[in-house]
Ligand binder design. Structure first.
Ligand code: E4P
Length: 218
């Protein structure tokens, strides 16, 4: 399973990219708003950092024609731009048109398997089921990942499944075990995935033993 970073913060993207662990970036209007910067400048800067890795940038209109216009403008900002469209009838129409134009899409705000199937059939490159937001309303988000993985594998559907709205590293590992193609994760989840108290304790022990043995320093 690949990891994308879910943020519009360029410093977080730079740090994650330097770690060598991310295969793409997802943003959304809330994440862009949080940064308080110009949308287009932000997307261009992200593109300069990650090159041709996929970067999902979301349209704002709810009308298919306008989504296509907005998407074409976004697609011109860099080689890896993926147009994120909401899971609506107009979003599906726009997805079909982007597919015909050879522009990649990420259908977002997916909360059910029927929605995922429709998005895939419209030609979505990626579908984004939101795990955490389902958990938030006392549903089991991971059940949705399991069902979509089963359907897509059974019917040889090529759209990649992005586990989105990821809150913690357990979500990441559960999605990986279920066969999701990608998890898009906030930077703080990447940080938490690196940590283990036994790693820290092990490093301290190795250093203390090294010094205790009187070895020369490097
Ligand atoms: C996915 O592409 C979305 O940007 C994101 O995962 C939403 O997560 P949230 O529920 O934490 O806002």
């Amino acid at each position: 399973m690949k990891l994308f970073i879910d943020t519009a913060n360029v410093e977080e993207i730079r740090k994650a990219h330097e770690l060598g662990v991310i295969a793409g970036v997802t943003t959304n209007p809330s994440l862009i708003a949080k940064e308080g910067r110009d949308f287009f400048e932000t997307v261009k800067e992200i593109s300069a950092i990650v090159g041709d890795l996929p970067i999902s940038a979301e349209v704002i209109s709810l009308d298919a024609d306008e989504m296509v216009e907005q998407g074409k403008k976004l697609a011109s900002l860099g080689p890896g731009i993926v147009i994120k469209v909401p899971m609506t009838a107009d979003g599906l129409k726009a997805t079909k048109r982007f597919t015909e134009m050879g522009i990649k899409t990420n259908v977002t705000l997916i909360f059910s398997s029927p929605q995922a199937l429709l998005a895939a059939r419209a030609g979505a490159t990626y579908v984004s089921p939101f795990i955490g937001r389902l958990d938030d309303i006392n549903m089991i988000g991971m059940n949705l990942i399991e069902e979509i993985v089963q359907i897509f594998r059974m019917h040889d559907i090529k759209s990649e499944i992005i586990s989105a709205s990821v809150r913690h590293s357990t979500h990441v590992i559960e999605a990986a075990k279920l066969g999701a193609d990608i998890a898009t994760v906030p930077y703080k989840v990447i940080e938490s995935m690196m940590k283990h108290p036994l790693t820290d304790a092990g490093i301290q022990r190795f250093l203390a033993d090294w010094e205790g043995a009187g070895q020369k320093t490097f």
